[in-house]
Design a protein around this ligand. Structure first.
Ligand code: ADP
Ligand code: ASP
Ligand code: MG
Length: 404
């Protein structure tokens, strides 16, 4: 069994001991236990702030050296607490645990796990703790980190490599119809399909990192997202079945996107390709894209995650030189609210109802994008909480769906 605990679950010494007790409990139930934990509390944020106090553009390799320490601290502390409870434990860094990644600092992807050392320790009866959110690149022989929330990916990849069950413990007891911090009557979902969870994570539900859901789907790992602080059944993320799906399952939101608007771009074939090649070459994940042609010139807007803003800026400077100058504006005041539901595919009218609900609050829609099972609107960031609550109410997500 792979058990993952997030940062808030190991935020202080008492919580570290509590998590240690949960590992010991699982071990004493006869399970072979691999644990992975995140850095304590807000450690990663603090380390990032420290780095930017020292350097305006921290060197990516050194940033990974710095950030990877947070998870190592938490792991070693949990291992100590397990020893005190009378069980054997051993903590490993990502590299000691054989987690091999590509060479992309701060956003590395796990390529394979060479689990020999983990398996040996398990065979010796030990509880094995693996530092989350990190690995090792054999190309550069360097430590890498997996991107924010990356311990979820560590957990799923370990479960896939070991053929183990995967439990992800956090401060919420599962995946809800909306962020329970914003919508107090949000409902815990018993099952979410990989497909829906991918859309939820991609649109801001940070309860599971997007990459971890991709890994789970690709390797057929069933993930149980549940509470650190109770034994209640959580949410199962697994293959969807063929039963009727609710039209809308959840509302998600994100307040960390930045919208770039480019104006005065030459209107000819290949220009968008050139711009997005450059952006992709900087490893930026672009979300919503809109293009229009006004008076023979193209105008383009697209959103990127906050942390990708410097890379996007740099990529655009290169294309400006090549394509002839165009104007670039950044908007940091927008956020995104999305409706997710596999049943949307076969039910018209969801978008209209979403727009009507937002119009009822006097909210202006800046950008709209859709997939077969998702509709997203970019709106003023300050209006996100009200929009999420209104949509949750309008689609009656607090109620159990009634089978059709
Ligand atoms: P951890 O530190 O354990 O990895 P995170 O903070 O990354 O936990 O993710 C858990 C948080 O995700 C919750 O505290 C909650 O506010 C937020 N969240 C956002 N959307 C949802 C959702 N739909 N269901 C559950 N939690 C959500
Ligand atoms: N500590 C890292 C972060 O805050 C990884 C994680 O929590 O999973 O993003
Ligand atoms: Mg997380």
């Amino acid at each position: 069994m792979v058990m993952k605990f997030g940062g808030s679950s190991v935020a202080d010494p008492e919580k570290v001991r509590h998590v240690a007790a949960r590992f010991v409990d699982a071990r004493r139930r006869g399970l072979k236990v691999v644990g992975t934990v995140s850095a304590m509390g807000k450690t990663t944020d603090q380390l990032l702030a420290l780095a930017s106090d020292v350097s305006p553009t921290p060197h990516p390799r050194e940033l990974d050296m710095l950030l990877s320490t947070g998870e190592r601290i938490a792991c070693a502390l949990v291992a100590m607490a397990i020893h005190d409870l009378g069980e054997e434990a051993i903590s490993f860094t990502g590299s000691q645990a054989g987690i091999i990644t590509d060479a992309a600092y701060t956003r590395a992807k796990i390529r394979e796990i060479r689990a020999d050392r983990v398996l040996k320790a398990l065979d010796a009866g030990k509880i094995v703790l693996v530092a989350g959110f990190q690995g090792f690149s054999r190309d550069t022989m360097d430590v890498t980190t997996l991107g924010r929330g990356g311990t979820d990916a560590t957990a799923v990849a370990l479960a896939a490599a070991l053929g183990a069950a995967c439990e992800i413990y956090s401060d919420v007891p599962g995946v809800f119809t909306a962020d329970p911090r914003i919508v107090p009557d949000a409902r815990k979902l018993p099952i979410v399909s990989y497909e829906e969870m991918l859309e939820m994570s991609a649109s801001g539900a940070k309860v599971l990192m997007l990459r971890s859901v991709e890994l789970a789907r690709n390797h057929g790992v069933r993930v149980h997202a549940r509470s650190t602080f109770s034994d209640e059944e959580g949410t199962w993320i697994q293959e969807g079945d063929d039963m009727e799906h609710p039209i809308v399952s959840a509302v998600t939101h994100s307040e960390t996107d930045v919208v770039f608007t480019l104006t005065g771009i030459p209107d000819r074939p290949g220009v968008a390709a050139r711009i997005f090649d450059a952006v992709a070459g900087a490893q930026v994940n672009v979300d919503t894209i809109i293009q229009n042609v006004v008076h023979g010139k193209a105008e383009m807007s697209f959103s990127v995650p906050n942390e990708d803003v410097p890379a996007t800026r740099a990529a655009l400077v290169g294309t400006q030189e090549e394509l002839g100058s165009f104007d670039v504006e950044e908007n940091h005041d927008l956020g995104k609210v999305s409706l997710i539901g596999a049943g949307m595919r076969s039910h018209p009218g969801v978008a209209a109802k979403m727009f009507r609900t937002l119009a009822g609050l006097g909210i202006n829609l800046q950008m709209i994008s859709t997939s077969p099972i998702k509709i997203s609107c970019m709106i003023a960031r300050t209006e996100i909480p009200d929009a999420v609550r209104a949509l949750h109410g309008a689609f009656e997500l607090e109620r159990e769906p009634i089978a059709e």
